[in-house]
Every structure is written in C-alpha cells, then in structure tokens.
Design a protein around this ligand. Sequence first.
Ligand code: PXG
Length: 288
Amino acid sequence: MKIYLDGKLVDEADAKISVFDHGLLYGDGVFEGIRLYGGNVFRLEEHLVRLEYSAKAILLTLPLSRAELREAVCATCRANHLTDAYIRLVVTRGVGDLGLAPWSCARPSVFIIAGKIAIYPPEHYELGLAIVTVATRRIGPAALPPTVKSLNYLNNILAKIEARQAGALEAIMLNEQGYVAECTADNIFIVQGGVLLTPASAHGALRGVTRGTVLDLAQELGLPTRETDLTRYDVWCADECFLTGTGAEVIPVVKLDGREIGSGRPGPVTARVRAAFRQRSLTEGVRL
Ligand code: PXG
C-alpha cells in the first residue's frame, strides 16, 4: 500500500511519523474520513471545506491549498489502483518540543491512507442496529467544539467502549443539557410523522457530510426536514431512526436501550433514504 506523506507517495513500511509529532503527543491535529465510490471521491469539496474550518478553529495553517489537497487525495487512490475505498486525510501539528505549545512545531504533517473500512456487519443494514444511550456525555462546545474534527477522539472512544460493554455496536451520546447530540462516529436522524428530524450542530453534533447529503436528498424526495432539539423520549417514540456517517453510510436503528423503535424493523422512509444515498454515492463525486 502506498501512503501519501508530506508530498511523497511512500511504501507503507516507510510511512513513519516522529514520536515528537504533536498529533501523537497531544492529539493536536485534524482529519477527514472520505469515501471513494466507483472511482469518484464522494463530496470531496465538502470534506476539504470542513478540514479547512477544523484547522482554522485550532489555528493550524494547512500546508497545502485546497487544489493541492484534492490532487493529493486523488493521487493516493490512483497509486493504490483503487475504485472503492475509505480515505483518511490527516493533518498533524507536526514535530515540536515536549510541552503543549503548538508554536514549537515548525511545520504540520499531512498524510493520506486509502484503504478499506467496514464499520458494521452487513446484516445490520437489513435488520437494523440495536443501540444504547451511554453515560459519557458529548464534550461541550465551550470545551472543544464538536464541529472540529480533531485527532482527539477519546470522548467518543470512551462512549464506544461503554456501548460495547452494553453489548451494542453504537451509542447515543447526550450533550451536557441531556439532549441527543450524535453517536460515537455517526449522526442520528429520527422520522416522526414523515418528517426527518436531526439534532442541530449547536447541540453537539459534527456537521456530517453524510448528514448534509441526507438533508439534500430528503428535499429532493419531498421529505420535510428539521434541525431541532431531540430527547431520548423523541427517539423512543419515533416512527423510525437511522444513523449517517462516511463509514456507516445510512444504517437503520430498530432499538434504543432495549426498547423497539416504531415497528421494531427498518422503516419505509429509511429505506427510501438509503436507496437514494446509494444511488447518489455512485453518481456524484470527483473523478480520480
Ligand atoms: N459524528 C462524529 C463524531 C464523527 O466522527 C460523523 C458524526 C459523521 O460525519 P460524516 O462527515 O462522516 O458523515 C463522524 C464521522 C472511523 C470513521 O474511522 C469515523 C467517521 C467517519 C468515517 C470513519 O471510525 N466519523
């Protein structure tokens, strides 16, 4: 496997980062998870815009322009002869002294891995997921804005461990006020009376690219959407529920905390959204 590392495509064995990189020492950096479908990079522009905002929010100057990043992503996929892949684009603060000070880091590092990902076993796309609410709250915007896709994922990892200990593959994380924020690596939607509802990013959700795609598709399908406060009550009493993410795509949820949602089976609106998403993922994107 060829890895893009600071301007070069190198063999996997040579793709090495210093132990003094602040991305490793402090989780100081930003990243994107992107999909390649049928030779097209899905919503690459949206991912690069989000990366730029994440970097801006942590005062990290990206060493590459949008066009250079676009080309680096495509070149990495081409070098690995891929047509379908998961692409991890990472920008670290770079090598610096011990101590938090990001200004001791001379130059950010950029690396890109293009490989495979399967977040959930395939049967769950047909049968739906059973998820749980965990005690670990989504970190608040006053501490670390959840809109920043930073290298610091421990908040989500702790929630993911809790989910596993409860026998579930994914978890709802509430925000500090007790409203539903998102899942550990996915955004959440419910369907209530034909309307798609999802927490606003102000409630602790990452502005997911897949979430944005689903909001666009819903409009095209004539399904009303609303970004709003959601409580666990809203999920318990929803007609349908599904999660969205670059890794997960669109996946139905049929149970929360042991309670059946709606009929207890993936619903018709979720099926329409999934089909529309699949169609769009094959027809939209930047050609390699
Ligand atoms: N919330 C969080 C906290 C995420 O990390 C999403 C929502 C969904 O956003 P997108 O833009 O992907 O629709 C994410 C995305 C992985 C992996 O390696 C994680 C994500 C995406 C792809 C792979 O576990 N998280």
